[in-house]
Design a protein around this ligand. Structure first.
Ligand code: HEC
Length: 118
């Protein structure tokens, strides 16, 4: 399953005990604007980022080179449902739009950038 292959190494609850990455469970980045979540997975994100009252200042790599729009859509639909309780899926078309709008992007996103544009 894709979450296990691509995300769990850092975001599984066991990994979090070692302080590897912020939690997805209850995170506003998971339940918030879908475009931001798509950007994080396509291009990566760097801290500082606040999740549930704790500041993380690390880096997450992007997966845009290895995952197709369909992969990202399926993965994020799972993540939103599993960790955010949201049943509305993220579509491949939505991923495709975000990918196209940021075609030249190589750098990780900063929180300021993610919050600046919807
Ligand atoms: C190599 C470790 C690693 C992998 C693999 C990884 N992440 Fe992350 N992720 C991080 C780190 C570290 C941060 C916090 C970065 C920072 O400090 O800015 C983060 C932040 C996030 C955030 C925003 C903060 C939060 O907790 O809500 C989301 C959402 C997220 N990752 C989702 C994913 C998804 C989905 C995958 C699988 C495609 C994934 N990550 C794979 C390390 C990873």
């Amino acid at each position: 399953m894709q979450f296990q292959s691509y995300c769990a190494a850092c975001h599984a609850p066991e990994a979090q005990e070692a302080d590897a990455a912020p939690p997805l469970e209850g995170s506003p980045w998971v339940t918030g604007e879908a475009g931001r979540l798509i950007k994080i997975v396509l291009h990566g994100v760097r801290g500082p980022i606040e999740v549930q009252g704790k500041i993380y200042d690390r880096e997450m790599p992007g997966f845009g080179q290895v995952l197709s729009d369909t992969d990202v859509a399926a993965l994020l639909s799972f993540v939103r449902k599993r960790f955010g309780g949201l049943s509305e899926p993220i579509t491949p078309a939505a991923v495709s739009r975000v990918r196209a709008a940021n075609a030249g992007r190589v750098d990780y996103w900063s929180v300021q950038e993610l919050l600046a544009e919807p």
